[in-house]
Write a new protein. Structure first.
Length: 251
């Protein structure tokens, strides 16, 4: 799965409701084989290692409230990220991590530096967005649940992924289908203004972008309100100046 897409979505999420599944059945898959199949499914030609930068554009919509947010994000791997979210009538929000510092800038309201657990989360989300990293390089520990779980139309393996201890949150859960070995759903714990909350995402419409299989749609249930993320474009290995990630000196 395109990790930068999911990481970006969760930056702007508030909360979500975890999916319910039917009673699971036992499987005989091993964790090592599953992780290898997942890597091969997403990056069959091992092209992710050539990705140095990405610039993506996407749209987040809340149909019930007729709201749409446009998001432009850039990543300079391994440790720089910047996302700008704009919505009519709402101040534009920019989130930046430059490898050492992290901050949120709200138009007209100034900059809020991220420290402590906020900085730790920014660092982790940037790491999670790096397509060159394996799941075992992102998480501290991964455990394969012994049962298959029904998620929508898919029978899925469940991976329980432990985040760095400094984040002090419960593990993430990834649901991987047993046919194509693609992530179909996840439950991820995110730090928000309301504290740490579980964010449930269901991804679909996979397409190949520069050799990497990427989900184009993400559906979320946000506090009972449906939210839809649509990936519009991805540019790979465009030149991005380090100045994009510098803390403004006049702020």
């Amino acid at each position: 799965m395109s990790k930068f897409f999911i990481a970006l979505l969760t930056v702007f999420c508030l909360s979500a409701v975890a999916q319910k599944s039917t009673p699971p059945v036992k499987h005989n898959m091993t964790q090592k084989v599953l992780l290898e199949k997942m890597e091969k499914a997403v990056d069959p030609e091992n092209l992710a290692k050539s990705w140095k930068t990405t610039i993506i554009k996407m749209q987040l919509a809340v149909p019930m409230q007729q709201l749409k947010m446009s998001v432009t994000a850039m990543y300079k791997f391994p440790d720089k990220s910047k996302a700008v979210a704009a919505m009519p009538g709402i101040p534009t929000v920019t989130q930046v991590f430059n490898g050492k510092q992290a901050w949120k800038e709200t138009a007209g309201l100034g900059i809020q530096m991220k420290n402590g657990i906020q900085l730790a989360f920014a660092k982790f989300e940037c790491k999670k967005s790096n397509p060159t990293l394996k799941q075992t390089e992102i998480y501290e520990k991964i455990t394969l649940d012994p049962y298959l779980h029904k998620i929508g139309n898919f029978s899925c393996y469940k991976l329980i992924c432990t985040l760095p201890a400094e984040l002090k949150v419960a593990p993430n859960q990834l649901f991987v289908d047993n046919k194509e070995f693609l992530i179909r759903s996840s439950i991820e714990n995110q730090l928000t203004d309301m504290g740490v909350v579980p964010v449930s995402l269901t991804v679909s419409d996979y397409k190949i972008i520069k050799g990497i299989k990427t989900p184009m749609l993400v559906n979320m249930n946000m506090m009972g309100i449906k939210m839809i993320g649509k990936l519009l474009s991805v540019k790979v290995n465009e030149k991005i100046a380090d100045s994009e990630f510098e803390l403004p000196k006049n702020k």
